[in-house]
Design a protein around this ligand. Structure first.
Ligand code: HEM
Length: 442
């Protein structure tokens, strides 16, 4: 008897998911954000609508992965929280992160990166990332170098912002790019905007995945630049840690680095969004300042500020689509998922589920300091063996940045969304439109 197939969405529900969920998310930019598309999504509330569409479709079908009715591609959407756990726990095999569309997108700038690798070389590359990024440690072993870099750049940014009276996103992003280059390559790379521009150009192509040819010459130049940096290995940088780490066969160290630069970019977005939330949430700001005033760890352990960043990433995940592709057929309670099947976890569906979460649409960092959401998939950094290996580094850098920003300065929203603690927060956070007023703290 042939194995029972998984439930399949009708053609209409498939179209709803494609047009209402996938299309807006992809249009906002899977690899590098498109600011105008983010602005449009915010105005039209497309991300909130996407969550409502998934909920509506889910209501019509049994729990368990739902296949889409597509002519060529085999694609499933995960709808049940326990299935999120199964998929993430059983990655990278049989649920490989190296899905076809991710390979097409990331090959534009990092064809041998861990995220799109399979088999023994994936293991070798993953081990290398974990070693260099100190994945299992809340405080990176190079924190003594990284924390002053963040403090230094934020102080310079604040001096200019106070003089100008305002802090627009673009200025923050420039300062954060300097942080990124110094953390990854060392102080000598602080002003190397050319490197960031080269990567951004390839990332823009990456947004088009299969639809754009790879600029092989630019990609080769980027790889060569990174090799030079690894050879230079400035002490106190991730490049030095990478150069010193033992490497297995097929590690391709230079091709692992663009992911750090790319992901550190998202990290800046999370930090600035968290600042915009704190500025509009007086109780949270007071709690943050109490933590900073009482800090004896030199800004290494700031649990409340780390929780603020996690909460901002719950509300507005920078990776809203976690993608997998099956390496072999997978049996589920309700049927068989074929090999080569794309699997989508649309995280906002779970992160904003007000049937299960307290204050699903409000800023409540405390949830990350208790076990109230245990067992529910809040997965801005993913989970399981493929969990983001940079998570702790992100939390260290962003909490340090927030502490440097709010300890001696006051802010107000001059332009952009005014987030109100008494009302549900929007589904999209358009950080590009935000300008904050800045003054010295009274
Ligand atoms: C706001 C900041 C960040 C967020 C929200 C984030 C989130 C994620 C997510 C969701 C994944 C995908 C995991 C999966 O497919 O299951 C991922 C993968 C990854 N992230 Fe991050 N990330 C961030 C920053 C960073 C930073 C700063 C680094 C390094 C410096 C980094 C390194 C990586 C690497 C190497 C992978 C691939 C892991 C693998 O395939 O095994 N990330 N990240």
């Amino acid at each position: 008897m042939p194995a029972q197939a998984l439930p399949t969405a009708s053609a209409l529900d498939t179209a709803r998911l494609l047009l209402g969920v996938l299309l807006p998310t992809v249009a906002e930019g899977p690899v590098i954000k498109r600011p105008r598309a983010v602005g449009l999504a915010a105005r039209l509330e497309l991300d909130s609508k996407a969550v409502a569409i998934v909920r509506k479709v889910h209501g019509k079908y049994p729990d368990g992965p739902l296949m889409l009715k597509l002519p060529i591609r085999k694609q499933a959407v995960v709808l049940a929280p326990e299935d999120v756990e199964t998929v993430l726990a059983q990655s990278p095999d049989p649920f490989s992160p190296a899905s076809s569309e991710k390979k097409a997108a990331l090959s534009h700038f990092q064809p041998s990166n861990v995220l799109i690798s399979q088999g023994p070389v994936r293991t070798v590359r993953r081990v290398l990332h974990e070693q260099v990024l100190d994945t299992d440690h809340p405080v990176h072993r190079l924190a003594d170098a990284f924390v002053p870099v963040v403090e230094d750049e934020i102080q310079e940014l604040l001096v200019d912002a106070v003089r100008a009276g305002s802090l627009p996103w673009d200025d923050f992003a420039d300062a954060w790019h300097r942080v990124m280059r110094r953390v990854v390559f060392g102080d000598h790379a602080a002003d190397d905007t050319g490197l960031t521009m080269m990567l951004d150009r390839l990332r823009k192509d990456g947004n088009w995945a299969f639809l754009k040819p790879v600029r092989k010459r630019t990609r080769a130049r980027l790889n060569e630049r990174i090799r030079d940096e690894l050879a230079r290995a400035e002490p106190g940088s991730l490049a030095a840690a990478l150069a010193a780490a033992p490497k297995g066969d097929g590690a391709e160290p230079a091709d692992q680095v663009p992911q750090w630069l790319f992901a550190l970019d998202n990290t800046g977005m999370a930090a600035f969004r968290a600042l915009a939330v704190l500025v509009t949430h007086p109780e949270a700001m007071a709690a943050a300042r109490r933590e900073i005033d009482g800090d004896t760890s030199g800004r290494r352990h700031l649990p409340y500020l780390r929780a603020c960043v996690l909460e901002v990433l719950r509300l507005w995940p920078t990776t809203p689509m976690i993608l997998r592709q099956t390496t072999q057929p997978v049996q589920w309670a309700r049927g068989l998922m074929p090999a080569g099947c794309g699997v989508l976890i649309y995280t906002p569906y779970f992160h904003r589920d007000d049937r299960h979460l307290r204050s699903a649409h409000n800023f409540s960092p405390e949830r990350w300091l208790t076990d109230e959401d245990d067992g529910w998939p809040l997965v801005p950094f993913s989970d399981g063996p493929v969990v983001c290996p940079g998570k702790q580094l992100v939390l260290l850098l962003t909490s340090t940045a927030l502490a440097s920003l709010v300890s001696g300065h006051d802010f107000e929203v001059q332009e952009g969304p005014r987030l109100d603690p008494a009302r549900p927060l929007p589904g999209t956070m358009d950080n590009y439109s935000v300008t904050l007023g800045v003054s010295l703290r009274a």
